[in-house]
Design a protein around this ligand. Structure first.
Ligand code: AHR
Length: 305
């Protein structure tokens, strides 16, 4: 060994096998389940030994998982940060130990971008913008009172999807967000928040949900209130997982902006490059589309997740 960073961090495999420590957010949504399956499958395909840790939605669990990966001297650490803030010190610990870190799916707000090698994931502001542009086009001609179901408070996709949507509807007189609250990206959260919003804001005739699971929860609350989702109350959501696409095809959701969870192959490829000391782009953006009801009917039979 030359005593450089790469030999200092290569203690776990021994035989050239790469060991990756991966800290996942949790299992809050259909998207997350598909993302976890993709990462596990791609690691297996690439012959990368995966140390998988589920943080159950808690940042402190992610920080302990990362510390334990550092202690085990894995070759590379990857994680999807539950919230944006508060990562600098643990990232510095990894850097001092010579272990490269890859951010996947969600960003951190650290000012020092040398604390991680690359960030692989969606452009969440763009997703919010696509949602907002559809709203302007389809809702802008009549008075629209929107309930916004936000993702996990402080999470990059919640912050950015709110921002992108707000930017797109700005200046459209007919569209007003009358209530905005976190449903934590879960179906139960979406149902509860929607129920409360319908009680306090009976004028609501539209929903912008930051993910499909919350939209599916909202559908239950809307039906329980005696209204027809997709008709009396139109719904836009984000993700395009199978259950969301089914609701879109059935006319209960009106438009879905895709967020691609199948990040596994790209993540393993980046990991191999980073461990080999190769240069990688600092940002790798996922390609995504949008779905109308007609497009969902067409896409559903081939939808894998
Ligand atoms: O970070 C991606 C988001 O997290 C997905 O859109 C949401 O469903 C998940 O929980």
């Amino acid at each position: 060994g030359g005593g450089d960073d790469s030999s200092a961090s290569g203690g776990s495999g021994g035989d050239g096998t790469i060991t990756m420590g991966f800290s996942q957010v949790g299992a809050e949504s259909g998207w997350r389940t598909a993302n976890t399956a993709s990462i596990q499958q791609s690691a297996e395909d690439a012959g990368i030994e995966l140390q998988f840790s589920d943080a159950q939605g808690e940042q402190e669990n992610q920080i302990s998982a990362i510390r334990s990966f550092i202690q085990q001297r894995v070759d590379v650490i990857a994680f999807s940060p539950v919230v944006e803030t508060g990562w600098d010190s643990v990232l510095l610990e990894a850097q001092r130990a010579g272990i490269p870190v890859i951010l996947t799916d969600r960003a951190v707000d650290s000012e020092d971008d040398s604390l991680y090698e690359t960030f692989l994931g969606s452009d969440f502001v763009e997703e919010g913008k696509k949602a907002g542009e559809w709203a302007v086009e389809n809702w802008g001609s009549q008075p629209t009172f929107v309930a916004e179901l936000q993702g996990t408070t402080g999470a990059a996709p919640a912050i950015d999807r709110q921002q992108g949507f707000a930017d797109a509807i700005e200046g459209t007189d007919n569209i007003e967000v009358v209530a905005s609250q976190s449903g934590d990206f879960t179906r139960a959260g979406g149902r509860e928040v929607m129920e409360a919003m319908l009680n306090s804001n009976p004028e609501i005739n539209a929903v912008y949900a930051h993910n499909d699971d919350m939209a599916l929860g909202a559908i239950e609350a809307i039906e329980a209130a005696g209204k027809t989702p997709g008709v009396d109350i139109q719904i836009i959501s984000v993700d395009a997982v199978r259950d969301g696409m089914q609701a879109l095809a059935d006319g209960q959701i009106n438009f879905i902006v895709e967020c691609n969870p199948l990040l596994g192959d790209q993540l393993m490829e980046l990991a191999e490059q980073v461990v080999a000391g190769e240069e990688v782009p600092k940002r790798v953006v996922t390609e995504e589309t949008t779905f109308t009801q007609e497009q969902a009917v067409e896409a559903l039979p081939d939808r894998q997740y």
